[in-house]
Design a protein around this ligand. Sequence first.
Ligand code: SAM
Length: 309
Amino acid sequence: MFSYRHAFHAGNHADVLKHLILLATLRHLMRKPAPLTLIDTHAGTGLYRLDDGAARVSGEALEGIARLAAPGAVAGPAPALADYLALVASFNPGVAPSDWRLYPGSPFLMHALMTEPERTAVHDRLKLFELHPTDAPSLHTHIAQLEAGRRVAVARQDGFEGLKGLLPPPAAEGGSRRALVLIDPSYEIKSDYGKVGAAIQDSLKRFSTGVYLIWYPIIARPEAHSLPRRLKTLAQQAGRGWLQATLSIGTAPAARAGDEPQRPGLTASGLFVVNPPHPLAEALGLALPQLLHALGRGRGQGYTLDSGG
Ligand code: SAM
């Protein structure tokens, strides 16, 4: 437990997929001028350096955000992709993509949107959970720098447990209750797969109209295979709509003829959304082929996009 540090993975292909979909989902939800409760059950440190030791050692951002943002990587980016790249660029003002130093994790991405000028009067709230003994204090420090006051709360607490106390979200003036929940564990321990399913089952009972985004790795492990199937069953049993998007960048070819292919690491991941906003599927239908074109690197590459309900 706690050997996972997101700093090694920030800005990789899995972050790109997750953050692109998170951003596109929030954009649609934020068209309505009613407050949202945003919950990130596994927040990480919030903000990452792309030029520090962890990022350099792993090199994962080079195969993710750095490759995607490179000039000419995507000709005429789809709106969702352009929006995502513009958001990351806003953390690196005046700097060419090849020199980007900062990458926003999900907490900073959500905070950036809720503090955009047209949104500030709406009073969205952000609740963050992080348990890691080093990363939880780092998250506190990063969030304190935003001077966000009571609109952003950080808890060093189990996100699965903390979520229960936040649903249903408080009613706004006029009675509407709205929430987006990101569940993004590291799956370092096998029990996380079961906990994610249980959290969605419980959350749909507490608040069936919430928008839930669940990230999962696509790896050769039975629990990883069955999680998206379980999520689909839970959404269908609750009579809710769902969307599932996956991206596989494939295995990098050998650097020279005769060499072994590079050690693959994580090559594929997926995002499952319960109660996706209606236009999300169309937006991703445009963006995912471009993501694959920019990030795909070899055998096994591909994307999928399914929805129902
Ligand atoms: N959501 C972040 C983002 O997109 O920028 C990345 C999160 S990272 C994949 C998962 C994080 O969950 C790690 O920082 C890990 O320390 C933390 N974590 C692990 N188990 C947890 C738990 N039960 N509750 C809260 N955080 C946990």
